[in-house]
Design a protein. Structure first.
Length: 318
């Protein structure tokens, strides 16, 4: 309490207490009452135009540790892709395959990583950004919005690069989470005071600087990063229109269920189609080999039973 600091600076003994009915209270002796009251009034008078004295933007939980579950999911998919050779080919973002209807790659590519360094980088920043997003928008809504932003990054890369594009990684999700955090400054525009635009602009500028620092490099897919970031900005703007909606437990539960479905179903669909196509190709090869065997045997038998001169004349005739 700032009043307690005021009294302490003037050497006025007091007790800070909390009452269930009235809240926080300051207790002083009868002899110090008038002096304490005078000092508090003077403090309030001197600081009535203090520009940094503002209510908290949104009190409550800002960081949701359940973002660790997203990190563990990425670790699981990395282990799975190392253990199963065809998993990466089934789930990687492939523009040509996407153009032929393999839509699941937009989702599955966000769970694959090229190596441990790639995984570690996305896991660290994803844990931080996604934890803040889930704390701000709710666990279910936050993780779903960031996931869809990552899908938006893959769509953007496909639209820019076309069928030649191939990529993988959760960086689009990470940049989407950064976009969701950046655009939350829009809520400040509802306040009518002299510092509204400055606070809004500083929040947007800070988000853009972080994007340039983390998402722009020669070795990375800048287009996917930019697409994820912009998609996060757009989704965050939509969520800002209904800020109370994300506070509802049922909404977050429904969003969490939808997120789980969008993780499981694309992988199930892609693997089932891949295994079905592989089975058809294997069956075709077996039938072709079976059909070739009798003709090859007959050809060998005919060749062995035919004189050399007759075989030569036969070849010349053909």
């Amino acid at each position: 309490m700032d009043w307690s600091l005021v009294l302490a600076s003037q050497g006025i003994e007091h007790i800070v207490d909390r009452d269930e009915a009235t809240g926080w209270t300051l207790s002083v002796t009868v002899g110090d009452y008038e002096k304490a009251l005078t000092q508090i009034r003077q403090y309030r008078l001197e600081n009535r135009h203090w520009r940094w004295r503002r209510p908290v933007f949104q009190p409550g939980l800002y960081f949701d540790w359940s973002s660790l579950a997203w990190v563990l999911l990425n670790i699981f998919f990395y282990w799975w892709s190392e253990a199963r050779a065809d998993l990466r080919m089934t789930g990687i973002m492939d523009g040509a395959a996407l153009a032929h209807g393999e839509w699941w790659r937009l989702f599955t590519a966000t769970w694959l990583h090229a190596d441990l360094a790639h995984l570690a980088m996305n896991a660290i920043f994803g844990f931080l950004f996604l934890g803040l997003v889930m704390g701000r928008y709710g666990p279910g809504v936050g993780v779903l919005a960031a996931y869809l932003a990552g899908v938006g990054g893959n769509v953007t890369s496909w639209l820019v690069y076309g069928d030649s594009h191939r990529g993988l990684g959760a960086s689009g999700v990470v940049m989407g989470a950064l976009g969701l955090l950046t655009i939350q400054s829009v809520a400040l525009l509802k306040r009518r005071n002299a510092n509204t635009f400055r606070l809004f602009a500083s929040g947007i500028f800070a988000g853009l600087l972080l994007f340039v620092f983390l998402g722009v490099s020669l070795e990375s897919d800048v287009v996917a990063h930019l697409g994820g970031f912009i998609t996060g900005l757009l989704l965050g703007s939509l969520l800002a229109l209904a800020p109370r909606l994300t506070d509802r437990p049922r909404v977050n539960l429904a969003a969490g269920i939808l997120f789980a479905a969008l993780v499981v179903l694309p992988w199930w669909w892609g693997l089932s189609r891949h295994e079905g196509g592989q089975s058809n190709r294997d069956e075709t090869l077996r039938l072709a080999a079976r059909n070739r065997q009798p003709s090859d045997a007959n050809a060998a038998q005919d060749t062995e039973g035919t004189p050399i001169a007759q075989r030569v004349s036969s070849v010349a005739a053909r």
